[in-house]
Design a protein around this ligand. Structure first.
Ligand SMILES: [Fe+2]
Length: 238
């Protein structure tokens, strides 16, 4: 069975709007592993308007510790490997946030960034540029597939010329309109990473394997690129 890496998920217990407790987290992780997911990056929401980086990291560590303890109590269950990250919500001046580096995935230089669902401004584009130019980090744009209908198409095309990575949610490949979006994105440039963006066991459950099967039919070359790119990036995490 192929081994997949999920770069976007809200499965840390009681951390954000994702899994509410360790029991739900364990079941999300068990189902993901059963689908062939070898590793998952925990990316709880971070809002710099609401919380300091230190407070967020302390909460994340406590949640992760509780999860590890719960996983250790189930020695017969196979779980994916877990790495820690964050889904950092864009806001003006985010590129100047002290300790932004600490929110990168697994102490790497890759920062998962969530853009607003309103129209994008030139200031936002400059801020994203500054995350790489001024801070030396590599923005990973979270679920770029979800913005296509917001009148931002021109800026989406600009992103593909910038030094950043594009993450797409698995659900994008599971509907007719999603596949149309995916084909448009692929005309602009490459999709680098996949995520389930899983939050729970019902409305937003682990679906990476399902998405990958659909992507295999849509664009085997893209899947090939994503697999190799994901494995290389993940190796850097260790
Ligand atoms: Fe998310």
């Amino acid at each position: 069975m192929d081994k997949f890496i999920d770069f976007h998920g809200h499965f840390l217990p009681n951390m954000d709007d994702g899994c509410k407790n360790t029991a739900e987290s364990l079941e999300v992780l068990r189902q993901a592993a059963a689908q062939g997911v070898a590793a998952m990056v925990a990316t709880p929401h971070f809002y710099s308007s609401r919380e300091s980086v230190d407070s967020f990291l302390a909460r994340r560590q406590a949640s992760y510790d509780a999860l590890l303890q719960a996983m250790a109590s189930k020695p017969d269950v196979v779980f994916p490997e877990i790495r820690l990250g964050a889904e950092v919500a864009y806001r003006p001046n985010i590129s100047r946030l002290p300790d932004l580096e600490k929110l990168c995935m697994a102490n790497s230089r890759y920062l998962l960034l969530e853009l607003p669902f309103s129209d994008w401004t030139n200031e936002m584009m400059r801020e994203i540029q500054n995350i790489s130019v001024a801070r030396g980090l590599i923005p990973v744009l979270a679920h770029l597939d979800r913005y296509m209908e917001h009148g931002n198409r021109q800026k989406i095309q600009e992103f593909f010329r910038m030094d950043l990575l594009v993450q797409v949610n698995a659900e994008c490949f599971l509907s007719f309109s999603g596949r149309r979006t995916a084909r448009k994105l692929l005309r602009y440039g490459s999709i680098d990473l996949l995520g389930s963006d899983c939050h729970n066991l019902t409305s937003r459950k682990p679906n990476l394997a399902e998405g990958i099967r659909a992507l295999q039919k849509l664009s085997p070359q893209t899947l090939h690129h994503i697999k190799h790119f994901s494995a290389e990036l993940y190796d850097d995490f260790k």
